[in-house]
Design a binder for this molecule. Structure first.
Ligand code: SF4
Length: 337
């Protein structure tokens, strides 16, 4: 943990916010623009399964889902909105709905080139599954990472295979580990999505998931609580009284548990998921995203800990992803910002 002592988080935070990471890297605010490139998912098209994950209703998660505009048109439209609203000038195009590496390399290249051709787009972020990165796709992504800032976001949700079965993920933790190991060292930033409060998961299981992914050499994490949206298998379970959802204070405690176990240089990209429109069934916390984030900060302060306090793992060892080295080097500069 020697290097972690040098890390400073902006604004007195006790965790490493994505906004700080982007500012360190680009010297200004960078906004994510959501894009729907019309992909599907092997867990929905019959290759791995047909029903999808029990909580999945993609149109509820992404403002771009179902867009009929081209990738370039979507990026330009979102960019205009961000320019007008926030005065933004730098952007990352986020390919969000479904599995955004689930296509031949030629198609991926064309879609990415379209997004990158828009003035001000400085990087890409691709949401996908661990079973959607065959060798030829990873080779292409390595080349892409050589010419732009590139994140690959792997949905995992839990490291427990029993839970992955319950939520019908259609892949195991071993497949996730394999995907991360094959992605590492290629200059690609790796982000992992976790859901806290999945059916049957205890606090100890969630802590174990955090400790397991902490050892893998990932660069970023997105957290969110399990929420129920309309027209999903999960909504049926909720209506039948088969699941219990987290209260806000439970989620805050669990998030703090996860943060304590992550490496201090892992970037926290998100603490609360989005649900579009009126599709959210439960839980309906009154607090907005900012309040949830503040509550997590307060919980870390109350415990007298910070991100990485309980991290057990390599201190950026030889063979760790190139990207993680860059993250660490950038984080060391935080004091000067
Ligand atoms: S992997 Fe993603 S897109 Fe596919 S079913 Fe699960 S949540 Fe939906």
């Amino acid at each position: 943990m020697g290097q972690s002592a040098e890390l400073r988080y902006a604004g007195g935070r006790r965790f490493y916010p994505y906004s700080q990471f982007l500012k360190e890297r680009f010297g200004c605010k960078v906004y994510k623009l959501t894009v729907d490139a019309g992909f599907t998912c092997p867990n929905r098209d019959g290759t791995k399964g047909a029903g999808g994950c029990i909580y999945c209703e993609n149109s509820s998660f992404s403002p771009a889902a179902g867009s009929r505009l081209s990738v370039r048109e979507q990026v330009e439209k979102e960019k205009r909105l961000a320019e007008a609203r926030y005065g933004a000038s730098r952007f990352i195009a986020y390919f969000q709905p479904f599995s955004n590496t689930y296509a031949p390399v030629g198609k991926l290249r064309a879609l990415h080139d379209e997004a990158l051709s828009v003035d001000g787009v400085v990087g890409l972020s691709l949401g996908t599954r661990p079973d959607c990165v065959p060798p030829e796709v990873l080779d292409y992504l390595q080349e892409l990472a050589g010419r732009t800032h590139l994140w690959v976001e792997y949905g995992l949700q839990s490291s427990h295979d029993r839970t992955l079965e319950v939520i019908n993920r259609g892949h195991t933790f071993a497949e996730f580990e394999d995907a991360v190991l094959r992605t590492r060292g290629r200059g690609i930033f790796i982000c992992v999505h976790l859901i806290l409060g999945l059916p049957g998961e205890t606090r100890e299981m969630i802590q174990a998931t955090a400790s397991r992914i902490a050892k893998l050499g990932i660069d970023g994490v997105k957290l969110h609580h399990l929420h129920v949206v309309r027209d999903t298998a999960l909504a049926g379970m909720y209506d039948r009284g088969e699941i219990r959802l987290l209260e806000l204070d439970e989620y805050v405690r669990l998030s703090a548990d996860v943060l304590e176990r992550l490496p201090p240089w892992t970037v926290l990209q998100r603490f609360v998921g989005d649900v579009q429109g009126d599709s959210l069934v439960a839980p309906k916390w009154n607090e907005g995203k900012l309040r949830v984030l503040e509550a997590i900060q307060e919980e870390l302060e109350r415990r007298g800990v910070r991100q990485g306090s309980r991290y057990v793992g390599p201190d950026v060892p030889p063979g760790w992803a190139d990207a993680s080295r860059k993250v660490l080097a950038a984080a060391r500069q935080a004091d000067r910002l």
